[in-house]
Design a protein around this ligand. Structure first.
Ligand SMILES: O=C(O)C(=O)C[C@]1(C(=O)O)C=C[C@@H](O)C=C1
Length: 321
């Protein structure tokens, strides 16, 4: 594994075969595990791969790498808000972008969290716990039971939270010993840290689904296929769901879009506004993938943007859009 500020791989191969893959760093996150699995599914040799650690999920989406690895949803804690906000950004907010990365594949990663602390820390001395908000949410029953008074501190990533325990210059507003929640493998090389409890997540069969996005022409990419493929769309209004046969709908995630909120000076329309107008939202919709022409026609509609498919897209489909 490389450090959090470096890229993995060798510089001995030609630049054309090298691929950059951005993930939530530092090394040791679940995103790092997912990136290695996606790379092997795509047949990218380790020697041709630069894994690019990003400080936050929002930074992954903005990264110029060939591939982006983002956590989408978890069995226990549901949708990953920063990923859903990123995926919906082509349609939410003041400006609509035309160039954005497309989803091409997904995978389910088993998630087993551990409570880690500096060696010698006793459970009863822990006053605060840092981790990614997903890991804290997935472990909330454990925290309620074992550390009910410990302050829960959201951190950009699980492995980053663990590494932060080694940095004594970092301020916490709570006195006393702290801990982090992450994968046990993230701290395997850290002799100053130890695992105090394994399996903090609420259920044993815990999974997070990751999606792989690309800016490359997807027709050139050997997409690993494991399950019935899905297509993803961003919608600005729930009525646009009527574009899809109801039997094909697989998931809907809703996020607020305050940029379309009714202005407070517009009291007339404000008074008569429906909940949909008063609380404008954007919708990430997952549907059963159907090849063109249906996905092509829907992609041209106002208020509806095609975000990609887990079976990728052929070159013909890309150029037809
Ligand atoms: O912090 C990490 O290790 C991540 O890869 C992020 C993340 C997430 O955002 O859901 C990934 C998988 C787990 O659900 C917990 C955290």
């Amino acid at each position: 594994m490389s450090g959090s500020n470096g890229a993995e791989g060798s510089s001995a191969t030609s630049s054309s075969s090298r691929k950059k893959m951005a993930y939530l760093g530092p090394a040791g996150t679940y995103g790092h595990q997912a990136a290695k699995q996606f790379a092997s599914g795509l047949g990218i040799q380790q020697i041709d791969l630069d894994l690019v650690p990003c400080p936050t999920i929002l930074d992954i989406y903005r990264n110029e790498a060939d591939y982006l690895v983002m956590p989408l949803q978890n069995i226990i804690h549901g949708g990953v808000t920063d990923t859903i906000d990123s995926l919906l950004s082509p349609i939410a907010g003041p400006s609509r972008q035309s160039a954005y990365p497309r989803i091409i594949a997904d995978l389910d990663l088993p998630i087993k969290h551990s409570l880690v602390a500096r060696r010698g820390t006793r459970m009863e001395d822990i006053r605060w716990v840092r981790s990614h908000e997903q890991a804290i949410g997935q472990s909330s029953a454990f925290l309620d039971q074992h550390l009910p008074t410990a302050k829960r501190i959201p951190w950009p990533s699980t492995a980053g939270a663990a590494m932060s325990l080694l940095d004594e210059t970092l301020d916490t507003d709570v006195e006393g010993a702290g801990a982090a929640i992450c994968s046990a493998s993230a701290v395997a090389d850290q002799s100053e840290l130890e695992v105090l409890y394994e399996g903090t997540q609420a259920i044993n069969d815990n999974f997070t689904r990751f999606v792989l996005l690309t800016r490359l022409p997807p027709g050139d990419i050997p997409i690993p296929r494991s399950r019935p493929p899905s297509s993803f769309y961003a919608l600005t209004h729930p009525s646009l769901l009527a574009q899809f046969p109801s039997a094909s709908l697989r998931a809907i995630h809703t996020r607020p879009d305050p940029s379309r909120a009714i202005s407070s000076s517009d009291t007339t329309s404000g008074d008569s506004a429906s909940p949909v107008e008063r609380y404008p939202s954007v919708y990430l919709v997952e549907v059963e993938h159907t090849p063109n022409p249906d996905s092509g026609r829907a992609a041209d509609m106002e208020g509806l943007v095609y975000l990609g498919s887990t079976r990728g897209l052929s070159s013909a489909e890309v150029s037809a859009r």
